[in-house]
Design a protein around this ligand. Sequence first.
Ligand SMILES: Nc1ncnc2c1ncn2[C@@H]1O[C@H](COP(=O)(O)OP(=O)(O)OP(=O)(O)O)[C@@H](O)[C@H]1O
Ligand SMILES: [Mg+2]
Length: 282
Amino acid sequence: MSDYVYDADAIDERAFGGDAGMGHVATPGEIDISHGTILYLDDVTVSFDGFRALNKLSLAIDAGELRCIIGPNGAGKTTMMDVITGKTEPDSGKVFLGQTIDLTRMNEPEIARIGIGRKFQKPTVFEQHPVWENLELAMKTDKGWFASLRARLDRAAQARIEETLALIRLEGEARRPAGELSHGQKQRLEIGMLLMQQPALLLLDEPAAGMTDDETMQLADLLNHLRGTCSMMVVEHDMEFVAALAGEAGMVTVMAEGSVLAHGTLDTVKNDPNVIESYLGR
Ligand SMILES: Nc1ncnc2c1ncn2[C@@H]1O[C@H](COP(=O)(O)OP(=O)(O)OP(=O)(O)O)[C@@H](O)[C@H]1O
Ligand SMILES: [Mg+2]
């Protein structure tokens, strides 16, 4: 939640090379998914003191897809999210949102503004504030135009908060301080806060960590419900949770040593000898 001011021209200049060209004129904030891809990484390498946390990593996420990413500790999953969100600069490789937006040329706040929401492992909510206000505050950091239209949109804004409360199943807790919520409820609230910004792509790093079984399945329900409204990338170790998200047909990417080790349905990757050896069989 920064006080960063959305500077459309600055983003346009750097991320779009001034003139988007190529027949499709992309305006900042408008993500070109005409080829069906919301995110692609191509040959991305990140080194820390010579150690390659990401090693020529390439992957693509379809618009509207819910992609699960699994892999052993140290595989580079969080580093990948750091690169996508502009926290870590890659040594080499391409990172694009849609066809035209070069994320490597943007900083962290700009990337957040353009439509990538990130959920870290630890819930970060405003503990003193009621649940309702948490959602309201999240919306206030919305793109500049929203703030200026706020007076007119008040009823719409209220409806959106109510909708989100229902979605994260916290209607009954709206007036309670967020600090009083259970861990699972806080995690859902934080996802709700991200949703208030209407992200095009949501990155979730081990969202089920520390949750009870019930909370984990409630979270799976929530993410399944969001399917189609935004694209999602979910990193998770909990295989029951992954199974609940991927179903029989969903694609699962297995990372190891900074690259993609396997990719396919959960059933396919689970039976891949390389995956069994490096991850599941341990
Ligand atoms: N800022 C950093 N400086 C040095 N090494 C780092 C840094 N960030 C990550 N690494 C290293 O890069 C490798 C990949 O780490 P990363 O956190 O991306 O793995 P991960 O797949 O998210 O693992 P986990 O499942 O444990 O969360 C690890 O060996 C880690 O120690
Ligand atoms: Mg990690």
